[in-house]
Design a protein around this ligand. Structure first.
Ligand SMILES: *[C@@H]1O[C@H](CO)[C@@H](O)[C@H](O)[C@H]1NC(C)=O
Length: 343
């Protein structure tokens, strides 16, 4: 019987280890702050300062703003946001990527990705993917259409690459900047085909295959691969500098394109994560106890069903051989079964 317990515990341990191994990057995202790579406020010139907007540092990222939409007829509620960025950056090149131009760009520059690109189940996945490719190719700053601009982005052009931190965990893909061919974005585009998986809920599928969750996981892998040179670093824009204040770079607009049921579910889950964590442990405990009870009951019961089940259990014969009465019982039943089969 002791061996039974041992096997049972081992199986459970292996299962848990396997599960933890698989979600390790996700778990580590909960504790990684990105603070080491933060773009500190001290590095940034005041919003209305007449000082050199680059703060005496060289410009690295080209002056290009990328945005995406299905076509060129933007809905009214996003035109204001778009205009706020255009007005502040008249000397920047502006590229609006439509479904059509995005596909043409992938087909001509990254034909190896076209099959994955066309195969995405949701249009938002293509909108996610195209932004990584244009940053890897042209460099520049990508801005979501529901983000408006509050001040010139020049100071952000002095970093080789930057992303935006989201709370409580990870980074987002709604505003990002990069030089062309930055190793981080090259890794991102190379990883896209591998992460093209379905996760039942559309929201999780999008998040995990192309969206912020995908980007956060690659960011973790990229940073944990070891120390990187200054030119390879990915700097992090924190909420204060992103959009929280009047002097932040962006201004968040309402009009998010997908308010589906599963978004609500995920939002609720993120608000109640402590409760859900406890619930998770409680459920795991319950399942463990239940399994143990079932295992023990089937082993101990003398019913034919229990007997049949026992025969299939690992090592049952070996650790039960000491119990003579049990084995004779088992033999009896086997004969009984055989008789029935022959009859
Ligand atoms: C542009 O795309 C939107 C959203 O898919 C659609 O509702 C609209 O009809 C399109 N406009 C044109 C001119 O194709």
């Amino acid at each position: 019987m002791r061996k039974g317990i041992l096997i049972f515990c081992l199986v459970n341990l292996c299962t848990v280890t396997y599960l933890v191994y698989n979600v390790w990057t996700l778990l580590s995202l909960l504790v990684v702050t990105g603070a080491d790579d933060a773009i500190s406020r001290a590095e940034l010139p005041g919003p209305n300062s007449d000082a050199d907007l680059f703060n005496g540092r060289p410009q690295l990222i080209p002056k290009i703003i990328h945005q995406t939409y299905a076509n060129t007829s933007l809905p009214k509620h996003w035109r204001d946001a778009q205009q706020s960025c255009l007005d502040l950056h008249e000397d920047y090149e502006y590229k609006l990527w439509t479904d059509k131009s995005a596909r043409e760009f992938i087909a001509s520059e990254y034909p190896w990705f076209l099959e994955t690109f066309d195969g995405y189940q949701f249009p938002i996945q293509r909108a996610d993917a195209i932004r990584y490719f244009v940053l890897a190719f042209y460099g520049g700053i990508y801005i979501d259409l529901d983000d408006g601009c509050q001040r010139r982005l020049d100071p952000l052009l002095t970093y080789p690459a930057w992303v935006r931190r989201t709370l409580p965990t990870g980074i987002s893909n709604d505003a990002m900047g990069s030089v062309p061919h930055h190793p981080f974005f090259l890794k991102v585009i190379d990883s896209l085909p591998r992460y093209d998986r379905s996760w039942i809920l559309p929201y999780i599928t999008v998040m995990g295959s192309t969206g912020p969750l995908f980007l956060s996981v690659i960011w973790r892998h990229y940073n944990s691969a070891g120390p990187v040179e200054e030119a390879d670093r990915v700097r992090v824009l924190f909420p204060d500098e992103y959009s929280k204040h009047s002097w932040s770079f962006f201004r968040y607009h309402i009009g998010n394109s997908w308010h589906q049921k599963d978004v609500q579910v995920i939002l609720w889950m993120s608000r109640n994560w402590i409760f859900l964590t406890f619930l998770g442990f409680f459920t795991a405990g319950l399942v463990f106890t239940g399994l143990w009870w079932a295992y023990g009951r089937l082993l101990l019961s003398g019913s034919p069903k229990g007997q049949q089940f026992r025969r299939r259990l690992p090592f049952w014969r070996r650790f039960s051989s000491k119990k003579n009465d049990d084995i004779s019982h088992y033999e009896l039943l086997r004969h009984y079964d055989q008789d029935r089969l022959e009859a």
